[in-house]
Design a protein around this ligand. Structure first.
Ligand code: FKS
Ligand code: ZN
Length: 343
C-alpha cells in the first residue's frame, strides 16, 4: 500500500484553539503526522511518496470558487487588519440574520465561511491544506491505476469542510475531493466510509444530493458531541441522494464490541450499494486514550477495524482524519492499515 505524505503539512501549525472556554494549544498539530510516518518507517511499511501537485481544478469540483478564493487570501487580509496572530472567527449567523451579502470585512468573512473557533487560519494554511488534498488525489490516482489500496497521510484533516465552509480543523475535504476524482476517472459509484469519532458533516453536505456517492459514518451521537448539528440517524440525503447517506451515531463509552456490530451494518450497506471504490475517512480518535473523545477502542481493535474494512472487498483509499492521543496515534493508524493488508 503506497503512502502519500507531504512535508508541507508542517505549514499548518496553529498556536491556539478555543476549547472549554480557554485558548489552548491546538490539538491538531504537526506531531500527529510525524508520529504516523515514523511508525510506518519502524514497521517497514510500504514506501512513502510525496504527492503530485494536482492544481485547483479538482478542488473546484467539490468546493465553491468564492470559498477557495477566500482561503487563499484570508491570512494576508487578516495580518493587514490585526497583525501576525492566528486568525480565528468570533461571529456567526443566527436565525433571522442574513447571508445574502458576503461581508467585505475579513472578520465578517471568517464567520461567514466557518462554523467553529477551533480552526485557526495561519500563514501556511492554504499550502498545507492543498498538499493534503494532493495526497488524497495521488492516492485516488493509484486506485485508478489498479492498486488495491493506498494511504493518504493528510494533514490538516478534511471531513468537516463543506462546499463553502471550514471548521473542526478542516479546510479542504480531502476524502470528498478524492471520491470526486475517482468518479471523474470513470468509477460509476463511490462510497465514503467515515470512522472518525466525529461526524463528517462536511462530507455529508457535499454528497447530500448525490446518488452516485454513498456516505456512511460511525460517530459519537451529535446530541452529546461535536459537531452537534449534524450526524443524526434520520439524515438520509435528499433528491437523487435520498437513501445514499447513512449515519450510525453511537453513545459515549462505545467499546469495540458495540462498534464492531455497527461497522458490520455499515459494511453491509456499502456492499449493497456496489460501488467501484471505497474512500475511508480514517480517524483514530475512537481510541480510549484520546484526550478530546469518549469512545473506548484499544490499540489492537484497530487491527480488527482494518480487517473488517478489507472484508468489504473494494479498492480502498484511506484518508487520514483525526486522532489526538499523539503517542499512540502511530500504532493505532498503522494497525488499521496492517489489519487491512493482512486480512
Ligand atoms: C473538545 C472540542 C472539540 C473540535 C473537534 C474537531 C475534531 C476534528 C476531527 C478531524 F478529523 F477533522 F480532525 N472541538 N472539547 O477529529 O474530526
Ligand atoms: Zn475526529
Amino acid at each position: 500500500m503506497i503512502v502519500f505524505y507531504s512535508e508541507e503539512h508542517r505549514l499548518q501549525s496553529g498556536r491556539s484553539e478555543l476549547n472549554d472556554g480557554q485558548l489552548v494549544p491546538c490539538y491538531e498539530k504537526p506531531a500527529r503526522a510525524d508520529i504516523v510516518r515514523d511508525r510506518l518507517d519502524t514497521i517497514g511499511f510500504d514506501p512513502v511518496q510525496a504527492p503530485e501537485p494536482h492544481g485547483l481544478a479538482p478542488l473546484e469540483r467539490v468546493h465553491d470558487a468564492g470559498y477557495l478564493a477566500f482561503l487563499q487570501t484570508a491570512w494576508t487580509e487578516w495580518v493587514e487588519e490585526h497583525g501576525d496572530w492566528d486568525a480565528l472567527p468570533l461571529n456567526w449567523v443566527a436565525p433571522g440574520m442574513h447571508r445574502r451579502v458576503v461581508p467585505r470585512s475579513i472578520d465578517g468573512r471568517l464567520g461567514y465561511y466557518s462554523f467553529d473557533a477551533g480552526t485557526p487560519i495561519t500563514a501556511g494554511t492554504w499550502r498545507a491544506a492543498t498538499s493534503a488534498a494532493d495526497s488524497a488525489l495521488s492516492g485516488a490516482d493509484r486506485l485508478r491505476a489498479g492498486d488495491r489500496s493506498a494511504f493518504a497521510l493528510c494533514r490538516p484533516p478534511g471531513h468537516h469542510a463543506g462546499k463553502a465552509f471550514y471548521g473542526g480543523y478542516c479546510f479542504l475535504n480531502n476524502a470528498a475531493i478524492a471520491a470526486q476524482s475517482l468518479r471523474d476517472g470513470g468509477a460509476a459509484r463511490v462510497a465514503v466510509l467515515d470512522v472518525d469519532y466525529h461526524h463528517g458533516n462536511g462530507t455529508q453536505e457535499i454528497l447530500w444530493e448525490r446518488g452516485d456517492a454513498l456516505f456512511v459514518s460511525l460517530h459519537a451521537d451529535p446530541v452529546e458531541e461535536f459537531p452537534y448539528f449534524s450526524g443524526h440517524a434520520d439524515e438520509t440525503g435528499a433528491g437523487a441522494g435520498e437513501g445514499a447517506n447513512l449515519n450510525l451515531p453511537l453513545p459515549w463509552g462505545t467499546d469495540w464490541a458495540a462498534y464492531a456490530e455497527t461497522l458490520d451494518v455499515a459494511a453491509g450497506r456499502i456492499r449493497a450499494f456496489a460501488p467501484d471504490a471505497l474512500v475511508v475517512s480514517l480517524g483514530a480518535d475512537t481510541y480510549g486514550g484520546d484526550p478530546i473523545s469518549r469512545f473506548r477502542l484499544l490499540s489492537e481493535d484497530f487491527l480488527r477495524m482494518g480487517a473488517a474494512i478489507a472484508g468489504i472487498g473494494l479498492p480502498t483509499l484511506f484518508v487520514m482524519e483525526g486522532g489526538y492521543a499523539v503517542d499512540d496515534l502511530g500504532v493505532n493508524v498503522a494497525n488499521v492499515l496492517t489489519g487491512f493488508e493482512d486480512a
